[in-house]
Design a protein around this ligand. Sequence first.
Ligand SMILES: Cc1cc2nc3c(=O)[nH]c(=O)nc-3n(C[C@H](O)[C@H](O)[C@H](O)COP(=O)(O)OP(=O)(O)OC[C@H]3O[C@@H](n4cnc5c(N)ncnc54)[C@H](O)[C@@H]3O)c2cc1C
Ligand code: FES
Length: 282
Amino acid sequence: MSTECPRDLIATVERNDLFASTPQSQNKSRHYGFLQLRIPQAQTILPGQFAMLKKHGIYEPLLRRAMAYYRVTRHDGSTSVEFIYQILGRGTESLSTMRVGDPVDYLGALGNTYDVQATKDKNALLVVGGVGSAAVFMLAEELLKQGTPTRLFIGGASRGDLLGYDDFVELLGKENCISATVDGSEGERGFVTTPLERHLQANANKPTVIYSCGPDAMLHATAKVADKYQIPAQLSLEAPMACGIGICVGCAVAVKHDCAEGFVYKKVCTDGPIFWHEELHW
Ligand SMILES: Cc1cc2nc3c(=O)[nH]c(=O)nc-3n(C[C@H](O)[C@H](O)[C@H](O)COP(=O)(O)OP(=O)(O)OC[C@H]3O[C@@H](n4cnc5c(N)ncnc54)[C@H](O)[C@@H]3O)c2cc1C
Ligand code: FES
């Protein structure tokens, strides 16, 4: 966990680039934003942590939205933080209207971090889909620093939905970035769990840890693969969040527990967002 308390600050927009992906055979585009903010303080931010963000000075929507840190650059007395967001509803639409220099309500860094030590002398497989890739870029950097052989399995509807793909290729090398798209526009056609499983079959004797973030369906499929090959997996969950700091209990998730019900509730914002797959009562 971070040694620092979360800070509630006004950050400033340094960059907010919008882009879209239109999968073949679908008329509907997905819209995304790449947001870079400057925080007026030095902050320690760990892989897998997130921030709660809102355009400053607006009351509609009232609540901030949770966003995983993509990349962080420390400066003298300030920090640049980058996010990749999908424009879905009111909160992310309002983020997309922000311009360079605009003030932003920023609360971070929140949540726990990936267990990087778990891969000591093991291989790491990062399994991500959609905006879930944002949550593992810093993890990939940390694993490389530690000397852990790291391979990315990245999936999406189309080429344009493989968010951060070029940055991962630069970091890990093309041979370590395996992609799958539903429309076949990049990598293998289909879901990313297919090449993942093929890799595990071919490397059955190599101790491995999976780290995953993405849509619920992909996390469930990844957990099933982890069970099948008896591999520990850390999953980063995306629950609806109102406060991000453990007060509203809006982000509860059931985790296994030795009691009559067989589970208790934990908070994704403060106990997570990262959980071992075996803990989750799905
Ligand atoms: C820890 C954490 C990290 C996150 N990191 C990122 C990130 O890096 N990039 C990013 O784009 N998003 C991320 N999210 C999800 C993001 O917070 C939501 O997409 C956002 O709050 C939606 O707000 P909105 O007002 O635009 O949409 P809303 O108006 O709240 O919802 C619009 C539509 O999107 C659906 N929706 C809302 N939230 C989610 C969700 N989490 N998953 C799937 N569908 C949803 C709603 O059901 C509704 O249909 C993260 C969430 C968590 C909890
Ligand atoms: S978001 Fe409020 S308790 Fe988790």
